[in-house]
Ligand binder design. Structure first.
Ligand SMILES: [Zn+2]
Length: 273
């Protein structure tokens, strides 16, 4: 098949991230930005240009890049999780844009199997299929509620009556932009809803909290309150200081919080032409 060298191909799928040390995209050094010349003398990354060895984008891109014979790609995720947050359940949708490939006939099922073989225990990809450029915007802009499992440390054991009053209700909360993202997000108050699905004791002063949250909720802050930046927080409603030690995304839902039909549009591989 002949295509111009500037062509792009788009591959869509979902990923599960099983480790807590993997960013979604290439984690360039903030000091030298990975610049080939400037990184040489960079103290922060010691010339590596990046702050982590790899990323979801690179683990997928290295395999697809070998198959398509190009090193250039762009990764478009349906949102992202923090580096130390696992992405479980049916996975997060993404589109990988392969730029200027030299090969166009690629066995995506074989590529998927190779990605999963090389990254067992860290990253899994499923449902890789050909898609169109128009999906990039849809995947990036669709709003999704999510379900999370939060491992929460508390200062005192929880009162059963307070737990019972909280579980199963949808709450409106106001979140001020958290400290940790204030450098890249506008400083303002956002209203979001959260639902506590269950609170289960897992040890001394330790609980697993299952939460459903609106698109764009800062979950760690919804748990702790971060010095009043989220009100009310779980800590405030439970009357006990709480800290979120670990977080897993366990489901990506539709905007209202319902389970999707295995991600609606992404199962339509190609419109008939
Ligand atoms: Zn650097």
């Amino acid at each position: 098949m002949q295509r111009p060298p500037s062509a792009k191909v788009f591959v869509e799928g979902r990923y599960n991230k099983l480790s807590r040390d993997l960013p979604q995209t290439v984690f360039f050094c903030p000091d030298c930005k990975g610049h080939p010349r400037r990184r040489k003398g960079c103290a922060r990354c010691e010339g590596f240009g990046k702050l982590t060895r790899d990323s979801v984008q690179e683990l997928i891109g290295w395999v697809l890049g070998a198959a398509f014979k190009t090193r250039k790609n762009k990764f478009h995720g349906a949102g992202r999780e923090d580096v130390n947050v696992r992405m479980l359940g049916t996975g997060r949708p993404f589109v990988m844009e392969m730029v200027a490939p030299k090969v166009f006939e690629v066995d995506l099922a074989a590529a998927e199997a190779e990605i999963n073989r090389r990254n067992a225990g860290r990253l899994e990809v499923h449902g890789l299929h050909w898609t169109e450029k128009s999906r990039v915007r849809v995947v990036k802009e669709e709003k999704h509620a999510k379900e999370y499992r939060a491992a929460v440390k508390v200062e005192r054991e929880l009162e059963p009556a307070k737990v019972a009053a909280l579980v199963g209700r949808r709450l409106q909360i106001i979140q001020h932009t958290p400290e940790r993202v204030a450098h890249r997000r506008a400083d303002l108050d956002r209203e979001r809803w959260i639902e506590v699905l269950s609170i289960e004791k897992t040890g001394d002063l330790a609980y697993d909290v299952l939460l459903r949250t609106e698109h764009g909720t800062y979950v760690k802050e919804a748990v702790s309150g971060e010095n009043g930046s989220t009100r009310p927080s779980l800590a405030e409603l439970l009357g006990v200081p709480c800290e979120c030690l670990e977080l897993d995304v366990i489901a990506i839902l539709d905007e209202g919080g319902a389970r999707e039909n295995e991600f609606g549009a992404s199962v339509v591989v190609r419109e008939p032409t």
